[in-house]
Design a protein around this ligand. Sequence first.
Ligand code: HEM
Length: 121
Amino acid sequence: MSNLYERLGGENAVNAAVELFYRKVLADGRIAQFFDGVDIDQQIAKQKSFLTMAFGGPNNYTGADMRNAHKRLVAKGLNDSHVDAVIENLNYTLRDLGVPDKEVKEVAAIANSVRDDVLNR
Ligand code: HEM
């Protein structure tokens, strides 16, 4: 059985998913404010390499760890409801792209696994 990265469709599929995901996130009034002033192209590039690694693809991630990356946002009120909204957007993105339910659930579980780090607790 190939790993999740391969089952999702590899580099091109992960890149397409991350791009569509940020379009949805920036249009979502529950969470868009956290991205004010953030360089979205850079964010997309970092997220591509982070998710590629998390899904079992090549590890080229050089960004911050999840705790440090989101500390500033926790100080601004980031909480569980915002993590839920991000995971919801990720689920919709993958469904829109035709990813099967099993893989959608695996991706959601990976995103959920960093929840406590993202919320610095
Ligand atoms: C749930 C799983 C999450 C994952 C896997 C994740 C992943 C990442 C990654 C890889 C970075 C780049 C770190 C770096 O700059 O080196 C990042 C930064 C960031 N994330 Fe997340 N994130 C998650 C949740 C969230 C949530 C819930 C929000 C807000 C609603 C959020 C907003 C941001 C913002 C605004 C940045 C840029 C911070 C800055 O430049 O100061 N993230 N995230």
